[in-house]
Design a binder for this molecule. Sequence first.
Ligand code: F6R
Length: 259
Amino acid sequence: MEVLILPQDVAAELVARHILTLIQHKPDAVLGLATGSTPLPVYRALERLIAEWEVDTSRVRGFALDEYVGLPEGHPQSYRAVITREVIEPLRLTPSQIRVPNGATETIEDAPAEYEAEIAASGGVDLQLLGLGGNGHIGFNEPGSSLGSSTRVKTLTAQTRHDNARFFPSEDEVPRHCITQGVSTILKARHLVLLAFGESKAQAVAAAVEGPISASNPASALQLHPHTTVLVDEAAARHLSNAEYYASSYRNKPDWQAL
Ligand code: F6R
């Protein structure tokens, strides 16, 4: 794992530049997209840089990590709607380029296997963006999720529903279930990029990067991946015991831009 401790805007710019360089080398790159607040600065930087660099994104494909189950179609907080607003429209992609798990209750039984098959058929995810839950979840793999899990329906924890209540009129309206890529689905991506900013993520960052690998902390499974980059700000890095080492290895990197 490589850990970079950088201010949030610098980290977002670095990740966006890295993604665009990937697309320049591989125009049909497959991106793994996260929702939530954390990746938004990356999406805004991408929006700006795509125009500045005149990058052709017409062949890019993407897969979202997760979706709520049971929200009516077009609900503004469905992850399909969020991805449309934050990624598809500003990056001038077409909706068919980006897949989001189908959270409709009528078809939910078949949706997980279909999503896995679509990801596999794409050739696999080249770069997966990840946010981090305060409880160590990645995607919506809550504590206790099998590290061998694939896409499936999960029950959200009370903490996650509480954390996400800020997007809904009341906590009661936050769905109780979701469909999420599994931990093992996420680990199949060729490059994992975990972003976490702010004091509220500090414990989860330390547990993910330096804690024991355990289903109780799904993000710790990232330690098993050969190419994981973790970008955190000073506040989120607070409880890392090796912070000095991470900073020095980044400083001494031959090509500072490569992630
Ligand atoms: C979102 C997702 C979640 C979030 C996590 C952090 O697609 O999969 O794991 O990344 O809950 O959310 P924020 O970024 O809002 O703090």
